[in-house]
Design a protein around this ligand. Structure first.
Ligand code: FE
Length: 298
């Protein structure tokens, strides 16, 4: 970096603790995806339980979609980049996920939903993030929000960096979603070649950055780590670390893309059985029983 042209950061940047490559996986009716945040990382990245990245030009990778399936005990966040998916659920919600839209669903005590492609060709790409609910909120009533592309607050910062504030807050811009307890920050960043961006992250939040697109990004201040596309950087919980710096090489062919995610850890036991995430095995057994008996949803 040319320090003469790099602005001083207003924050203490966290360093990259570890770079994670996702695992190829299949879910729903044979949808191919990359599971980036896997179960062994749930404790480290509390309150986040899962991050899936999907992206394919081949209809056979996604056309099966995600037929009816239940959830209990957490929230699902679907971030569509390309393609269209239709959501239907047991609460009676129907929504179309289109490019740039976000769906924030609180499963709470139970919801059954489907997410089916509304296209038979072309590219489908996006993310699904799972955010845990505190024990006291796991049996809350289910809720659902579709956020249209132009309803996601966005701004263009210094050096032309485009910031879509899906959740939390960035540089005074409030995001589309605010949640208690986990206080998630979810930013979709587009960083032009040669740009530097300093994001604020509440100290004490667990945080990670997923680099997508085609351009690597240097993450951290002194001794930055270059993170290649399709990799997740877990950001260290450095004492006083209240931000993170991203820098894109000036000779990059195109803008870099980063999904930055941070949240306040719940510090509670995590028990998962497929689409149910509770605190104890007994609660999971109850979830399975309720699903079988039809008492989970509705
Ligand atoms: Fe689902």
């Amino acid at each position: 970096m040319n320090t003469a042209t790099t602005p001083a950061s207003p924050f203490v940047s966290r360093a990259v603790e570890r770079v994670v490559r996702g695992q190829a996986a299949s879910d729903g009716d044979g949808v191919k995806l990359t599971r980036v945040l896997t179960q062994p990382l749930q404790k480290r990245l509390d309150p986040f339980l899962m991050l899936d990245a999907f992206g394919s030009d081949s209809a056979s990778d996604y056309v099966g979609g995600f037929p009816d399936h239940p959830h209990r005990g957490f929230e699902t966040v679907t971030i569509m980049l390309e393609g269209r998916m239709r959501h239907r659920d047991s609460v009676g919600n129907v929504g179309l996920l289109e490019p740039g839209s976000v769906q924030w669903m609180t499963a709470g005590r139970g919801i059954i939903h489907s997410e089916m492609p509304e296209q038979e060709e072309g590219r489908m790409a996006g993310f699904q993030l799972w955010v845990n609910l505190a024990a006291a909120d796991k049996m809350t009533a289910p809720a659902y929000r579709d956020i249209a592309p132009d309803a996601v607050p966005a701004y263009t910062g210094a050096a032309g960096v485009r910031v879509r504030v899906i959740a939390g807050r960035s540089d005074g811009t409030a995001g589309a979603v605010t949640r208690p307890k986990t206080e998630p920050v979810v930013l979709d960043l587009t960083l032009p070649p040669g740009s530097t961006f300093d994001a604020e992250l509440p100290a004490g939040h667990n945080a990670f950055a997923y680099v997508f697109g085609a351009t690597p990004v240097a993450i951290g201040a002194a001794g930055a780590t270059t993170v290649e596309p399709d990799r997740m950087a877990i950001l260290a919980n450095d004492a006083g670390g209240d931000g993170v710096r991203f820098a894109v090489p000036a000779d990059a062919a195109e803008a870099a893309r980063v999904l930055l995610v941070a949240g306040h850890p719940l510090g509670e036991p995590i028990a998962q059985y497929g689409p149910f995430v509770m605190n104890t095995t007994a609660e999971l057994q109850r979830a399975v029983q309720d699903f079988k008996s039809g008492a989970l949803a509705g």
